[in-house]
Design a binder for this molecule. Structure first.
Ligand SMILES: C[C@H](O)[C@@H](O)[C@@H](O)C(=O)CO
Ligand SMILES: [Mn+2]
Length: 598
């Protein structure tokens, strides 16, 4: 069962494939029909075989009923696609066709064109002509053209073309999927954190999403009036007792909660987790117990919980709820993560959402807390950093919203990984839980108690940290740092970790340095980070984040992705080709947010 999507009943956007053809009958068109349709079929097969929706099902493609040789066939295709819920389009052609007469004109839909690299019939010439039309009309489109000439009858897709098709499709699906969904703000602003001043203009204009706002008193109402599935609650509590290992209490003896209080804290924590899922995605069970309105949920694919301080000063903190919702599993089994930001930091929540939509994996939310230079580590521990960590590391640590998948206890070919939820095994779930200690919350921070998830991420895993920031007068910008989660010897970890709150989850992060700009050294990465939080996704997904943000017209102000992996709409080159960062800013500013005004 994929509980999240079952409950959300989320619409899954299809990929629309448009075979474009030279409209001239009596020879030309007839000779090209089969090859053109075969290209479309090959793309559909490539996409469905390689990409999955975030619920784990194969991505569905729809091909236009006929090849498109002119505007009437283009219009019929558009009609079919809108009925079928197409969220992005790929036009394919092996030949010359008529640019503006055949292109996809829907301004909201990400689009790409693959022009066959042959010379008998010039697919690339159509590509160039169609892109010029797109650009002249303000409809940015991605250009896909193989590096090596193919023979006329060759129906295979070259590897470089495959890569671009998949890169485009992954990002386009993320754009289409988030459109029309909600961010659920549970509570208000946490400790003056600007990201938790949830800004509806940003969500509406840039993401096509809406914001829903509720007060945290809603949790109290549902707890006290027992508005949750009691069978699920009993099952969840039992699962927690069996699978969640309680760690040692770090609080001074005189303020520690009694065993009875701790048991109550567990009960409240579990109820909060169940209620948060219901609030985000709804729950049909609520209808049967008389709460039809509550059964609907808020259509939220991402949410934030304020927690600190009004809630946590009095009630158990949200750490258990945040950690378990963000994970790929709970008492109901292995399932799609619910994306939930702590401290209601919506901008970090959106970065988590991007990572999740691009990969299907669970995400780690963390404070970008401390830069540890090799010298400082040597001074306090005597240890010499080495390998990818040799130039220094950043301590990523925050209570709560780090998925338990972040323990790094899943594996592939003997290496630690974070898998998309549909590949996670029951054995790996157990390992993640066994590597986690649930430690009574630090009562000086969290007066109301609760349980914090405590683990150290296993290295070395390739990871990407990202973060959206909003800058007045400029709008949103995205920053990306690819790097590695690294291992420290236990005793060194303990020395560094004891200096902060040792009851929280830690990831030791070594960004990949380029020697220039913000990636000159590790200090500069931390120094140029735009806020107190970052979202960490498994793998090196910087290129996918760059493609996605170009579709949304969010410029990237800092990244360490090599230039040959950058894929943006072809119009971006018209804003400059020497400095891709500068041209990205100019292009995004020219087009403005995908769904409206800045
Ligand atoms: C408990 C503390 O207030 C932490 O939550 C704090 O260091 C933060 O996470 C700030 O983002
Ligand atoms: Mn924080």
């Amino acid at each position: 069962m994929n509980e999240f999507n079952e409950r959300l009943k989320g619409y899954l956007p299809k990929v629309g494939i448009r075979p474009i053809i030279d409209g001239r009958r009596k020879g030309i068109r007839e000779a090209l029909e089969k090859q053109t349709m075969d290209m479309a079929k090959a793309v559909a097969e490539l996409v469905s075989q390689n990409l999955k929706y975030t619920n784990g099902k194969p991505v569905e493609c729809i091909i236009a009923d006929t090849t498109i040789g002119g505007v009437s066939e283009a219009a019929k295709c558009a009609e079919k696609f809108s009925k079928e819920g197409v969220g992005l389009t790929i036009s394919v052609t092996p030949c010359w066709c008529y640019g503006a007469e055949t292109i996809d004109m829907d301004p909201m839909i990400p689009k790409a064109i693959w022009g066959f690299n042959g010379t008998e019939r010039p697919g690339a010439v159509y590509l160039a002509s169609a892109l010029a039309a797109h650009n002249q009309k303000g409809l940015p489109s991605f250009s896909i053209y193989g590096k090596d000439v193919q023979d006329r009858g060759d129906s295979t897709i070259p590897d470089d073309v495959k890569e671009k098709l998949l890169n485009f499709t992954k990002a386009g699906l993320a754009v289409a999927y988030m459109r029309g969904k909600s961010y659920l703000s549970m509570g208000g602003v946490s400790m003056g954190i600007a990201g938790s001043m949830v800004n509806p203009d940003f969500f509406e204009s840039y993401l096509g999403m809406r914001c829903e706002y509720i007060d945290m008193s809603e949790f109290i109402r549902r707890i006290e009036e027992e508005i949750y599935d009691k069978e699920e609650y009993q099952r969840a509590l039992e699962w927690v007792r069996k699978n969640c290992i309680e760690g040692s209490d770090n609080n001074k003896k005189e303020i520690q909660h009694s065993r009875e209080e701790k048991n109550m804290d567990w009960e409240t924590s579990v109820k909060m987790a169940i209620i948060a899922k219901d609030l985000m995605a709804g729950n049909p069970v609520l209808k049967h117990i008389g709460y039809e309105e509550e059964a609907e949920g808020h259509n939220a694919i991402v949410a934030g919980f304020q927690g600190q301080r009004q809630w946590t000063d009095h009630f158990p903190n949200g750490d258990f709820m945040e950690a378990i919702l963000n994970s790929s599993f709970d008492w109901n089994g292995i399932r799609q993560p619910y994306i939930l930001a702590t401290e209601n930091d919506s901008l970090n929540g959106v970065s988590m959402l991007f990572g999740h939509l691009l990969t299907g994996t669970a995400q780690i939310f963390a404070d970008v807390r401390t830069y540890w230079s090799p010298e400082a580590i040597k001074r306090v521990s005597g240890y010499e950093l080495n390998g990818v960590a040799s130039k220094g590391i950043i301590h990523l640590i925050n209570s709560g919203a780090a998925a338990l998948d972040g323990t790094g206890q899943q594996s592939q070919n003997g290496n630690p990984v974070i898998k998309p939820h549909w590949e996670v095994t029951a054995d790996e779930v157990k390992k993640c839980l066994d590597a986690t200690r649930w430690r009574p919350a630090s009562l000086e921070y969290f007066r109301g108690g609760g349980y914090s998830s405590n683990y150290v991420t296993k290295g070395e895993m390739p990871v990407t940290m990202s973060r959206i920031n909003i800058v007045k007068g400029l709008g949103p910008v995205l920053q990306i740092a690819e790097g590695y989660a690294v291992n420290l010897p236990d005793e060194v970890h303990n020395i560094l970790n004891e200096r902060t709150d040792p009851t929280w989850p830690t990831t030791w992060f070594a960004p990949r340095l380029t020697g220039i700009g913000a990636f000159k050294d590790v200090y500069s990465v931390m120094h140029n980070w735009g806020a107190n939080h970052g979202s960490i996704s498994y793998g090196h997904i910087g290129e996918d984040l760059i493609t996605l943000s170009s579709m949304l017209r969010i410029p990237v102000n800092m990244h360490n992705v090599p230039e040959n992996r950058i894929f943006r709409p072809s119009a971006w080159t018209a804003f400059g080709t020497n400095n891709l960062e500068g041209s990205d800013f100019r292009a995004c500013s020219n087009y403005g947010p995908l769904y409206g005004k800045k």
